[in-house]
Every structure is written in structure tokens, then in C-alpha cells.
Design a protein around this ligand. Structure first.
Ligand code: HEM
Length: 418
């Protein structure tokens, strides 16, 4: 898309998957939208009209205002025809990000014990073990690999599948399904299908079958894993509904994997482009690594948006959003807001404002897995910094074409261990 096209349809920057394959240009173009049209009206043939919120303050306020804004079953932007087709196939999304109010709180409560800081902290030794395993894999690859495909994806998948209690032999299938749900607009993730909606549907159907079997198994033979908690989860004293249970599995499996993987591959890509910052982290203590990790998550912002629907007529800045109207929360834009972050277009692992990041959202739907994501990234970064002698780019990185969860999908690197 040229600059001229962009001025004709700035909304495409947010809903057209191809726009997400060049993030430097994306951020450059969105910078002026954030400055001049912070509440951007979008209307086209594919979507009912919506407004895009690009400023940190607006994304923050709407995310926390649960009286006036809801998520609904359409909390991810897709052409209306896609939702109609999905509904015609009997699929109505009912995961945590699609639930509101008491329903949402009660369902979230089923697993919160697993995601509390102390519980996640207790799993650190296992996360470390998995990180060691993938550092060993890097050594085996003998100095050259596609870091995104060979390391970041399988590492982050293994951590989440380990919590679930899903056997390693099922990991390749889970990888394909996750990419089918999140990245189906990218031709690379379409498998044998030609139509993205068909591919998403097929992935959802396979997930359903797989997790139905898991449910039966964990009800018959409970284990000390997350799958057992979901299989036997109670809401208001009754077993969780079938649809809610299946979507619970799907959200944790998908949200827990591609997101963190894109943060890791994109983070390394940013460090390779800024070798001084890589060097500055070599002797860094845990606090500095934690700060660098937050900067990586701010910089990469792998979740590109969620939608919110107005329950009442509302005014944002000077724009009236009528009851039933909807807004797109642009997390990558909010994370580059010059009113909040000093020199926001600079990747800076020492910045002291990276904790204001909105990559995990905020409010009742705040990312359940934020603690896991941070610990996974810190563990891996620490090991790379301690053990790698030399690391450099071995080819151009490539970004996934998806307007929902995306990031660096290929990162060829060359490296040498001590
Ligand atoms: C860098 C990695 C990650 C990013 C950027 C990320 C981002 C997000 C965002 C933006 C939301 C919606 C927040 C909102 O609406 O306010 C969310 C929700 C969620 N995330 Fe994450 N996430 C990451 C990793 C994970 C991991 C590792 C897991 C699981 C272990 C996970 C599980 C979830 C779940 C279950 C929800 C739904 C929460 C709810 O609606 O109550 N995420 N995440």
C-alpha cells in the first residue's frame, strides 16, 4: 500500500493483515494518526463501522471501564461475513476474552490459582529446565538457525503444554492448530486450505475433538495439571458448560504460545539491530533483565488489538460512540505514545517507563499469563546472554501477516557459544 492509498483508507492499517508485515512503516504511519486523529472512524465494505483508539490514555480508560464497555463474542476484529459463517457452522466463541461481567469473573476464577505470582514462581525450575533444553538445541544446530521457528516457537509451546499436561508428541499438532487460529490470514499457515475462514474453522473443530478426549481422560483419571482443572471446573457450583470449557482450553493453548514466541523472536531481532544494547545486558542483574524484558514486550506488542463495545452513548475526546458502537484498542500504538514513553520509537532496554506498557491489556481481562510470559522470556534471555559469545543476523527477518497476534515469524541468525 502506498502513502496515497493509506490516506484513502487508514483503517486498513488496523484490519488488513498485509499491513503488519513491515512494522517500521506501520509505526511511522500510525504516529500521525495518533497525533491528528486519535479516535479514527473506520468504515468499509467488510466491517460494520468502528473507531480505532491509538492513544495510551484512551486504551487504558476504555479497558478499565467495565460499566460502559463490554467484550462480547466478537472481541476480535474480523469481517462480519466471517463471523456469520462461523455462527452458521454452530461455532460461537465463549472463551474468557468473549465473556463479560459475572460470567467472566466466575470463569476466570476456575484457573486463577495457577496464574498467581507464587504459583508461577514455583514453576520456575521447570521453566529453567525447558530453557536449558532449547539452548542445547541451539548448540546442536551448530551455529545457524531460524531462531523464530527452531527455538522461540517450540520453547514457548513446550512451557504451556507442560502446564497443561499435554504430551510432547502432540506438540507439532498444537503448533499447527494455534497458528491456524491466530495466523490463518498468513498463507504460510494455511496448510492445505485456501480459504482462511475455512482453515480457522477446521483448526477450531480439531481443537474441539482433541480437548473433548482430554476432558474425558482427566475426568476419569485426574492429574496435577491445568487440563484437569479445566476438565473439572465448576462455575457457580455447576460444571462449566461444554462450549465454555472447550474455549477455555483453546484460549490458554493459543494465547499462551504464539504471543510469547513473537515477543522472544521480535526481542532478539531488536537486540541484533542494536548490538550496543545486547552488550550492555551481558553483566546485567535480574532487575535489569526484568526491565529489558518489559521493553521487549512493549516494543514487540504481539497482541495487536482487542475490541470493546459501548453499552451506553459515550464521548471519547470529541467523538460520540453510540450505544452498540465499537472501538478497536490498538496496543502497539498505545505502546508508542509519546505522551507516556520518552522517545517511544527508540528500543531502549534501560528505559524506566517500560512498565507502563499495555501489551498485556489492563482491567478485568488483564492477561492471565503475564507472569509466565515474563518468566519465560527472562529465563531464555539470561541464558543467551551468559552463554553466547557472538550472535548476528544471517538474513532478513520476516513478519507474520496477521492483524490479531503477530510478529517476527522468521529470524535467520548465526552464532557461536563460549
Ligand atoms: C508476551 C506474551 C503475551 C501477551 C503480549 C499477551 C497479551 C494479552 C492481552 C492483550 C490480553 C487481553 C487483555 C485485555 O483485554 O485487557 C490477554 C489475555 C489473556 N491472556 Fe495473554 N498474553 C501473553 C501471554 C500469555 C500466556 C503465556 C498465557 C497463558 C499461559 C496467556 C493467557 C491469556 C488469557 C487466558 C487471557 C484472557 C484473560 C481474560 O479475558 O480474562 N497470555 N493476553
Amino acid at each position: 500500500m502506498s502513502m496515497t492509498d493509506r490516506h484513502l483508507d487508514p483503517g486498513a492499517l488496523f484490519h488488513n493483515s498485509q499491513q503488519w508485515t513491515d512494522m517500521e512503516r506501520w509505526h511511522r504511519e500510525v504516529e500521525s494518526i495518533r497525533r491528528d486523529t486519535p479516535v479514527l472512524a473506520v468504515s468499509d465494505d467488510l466491517h460494520e463501522p468502528f473507531w480505532v483508539l491509538t492513544r495510551h490514555e484512551d486504551v487504558f480508560n476504555v479497558s478499565r471501564d467495565h460499566a460502559n464497555w463490554t467484550n462480547t463474542t466478537r472481541s476480535v476484529l474480523a469481517p462480519d461475513s466471517v463471523y456469520d459463517e462461523i455462527a452458521a457452522n454452530g461455532v460461537v466463541p465463549r472463551s474468557l476474552v468473549h465473556l463479560d461481567g459475572h460470567d467472566h469473573v466466575a470463569h476466570r476464577h476456575v484457573t486463577t490459582d495457577w496464574f498467581k505470582p507464587a504459583a508461577v514462581g514455583a514453576r520456575q525450575p521447570r521453566i529453567d529446565e525447558i530453557a536449558d533444553h532449547f539452548i542445547a538445541r541451539m548448540r546442536e544446530l551448530d551455529g545457524e538457525c531460524d531462531f523464530a521457528v527452531d527455538i522461540a516457537q517450540p520453547y514457548t509451546l513446550r512451557v504451556i503444554m507442560d502446564i497443561y499436561g499435554v504430551p510432547e508428541s502432540d506438540e507439532p499438532m498444537m503448533m499447527e492448530l494455534t497458528q491456524g487460529v491466530f495466523g490463518s490470514n498468513d498463507p504460510e499457515f494455511l496448510g492445505d486450505d485456501t480459504d482462511p475462514t475455512e482453515h480457522t474453522l477446521r483448526s477450531v473443530m480439531t481443537f474441539i475433538q482433541y480437548f473433548n478426549e482430554i476432558t474425558e481422560d482427566r475426568r476419569a483419571c485426574p492429574a496435577s495439571d491445568l487440563a484437569t482443572v479445566i476438565a473439572n471446573g465448576q462455575v457457580d457450583g455447576c460444571p462449566m458448560g461444554d462450549a465454555e470449557r472447550l474455549w477455555y482450553y483453546i484460549i490458554v493453548a493459543t494465547a499462551g504460545h504464539d504471543t510469547t514466541s513473537f515477543a522472544l523472536s521480535g526481542g532478539l531481532q531488536a537486540l541484533l539491530e542494536n548490538p550496543d544494547q545486547w552488550e550492555s545486558l551481558r553483566d546485567a542483574d535480574d532487575t535489569a533483565i526484568a526491565r529489558a524484558t518489559d521493553e521487549i514486550i512493549r516494543w514487540t506488542t504481539p497482541v495487536r488489538h482487542f475490541m470493546r463495545y459501548a453499552t451506553n452513548d459515550t464521548i471519547i475526546r470529541d467523538t460520540k460512540v453510540p450505544a452498540g458502537g465499537r472501538v478497536l484498542l490498538s496496543y502497539p500504538s498505545a505502546n508508542r505514545d509519546e505522551n507516556v514513553f520518552a522517545d517511544p520509537m527508540r528500543f531502549d532496554v534501560t528505559r524506566d517507563d517500560s512498565d507502563k506498557l499495555l501489551s498485556f491489556g489492563i482491567g478485568a481481562h488483564y492477561c492471565l499469563g503475564a507472569q509466565f510470559a515474563r518468566r519465560e522470556l527472562r529465563a531464555f534471555l539470561r541464558r543467551l546472554l551468559d552463554q553466547i559469545d557472538l550472535i548476528e543476523s544471517a538474513g532478513p527477518p520476516e513478519w507474520a501477516a496477521s492483524h490479531f497476534v503477530s510478529g517476527v515469524k522468521h529470524l535467520p541468525i548465526r552464532y557461536r557459544f563460549h
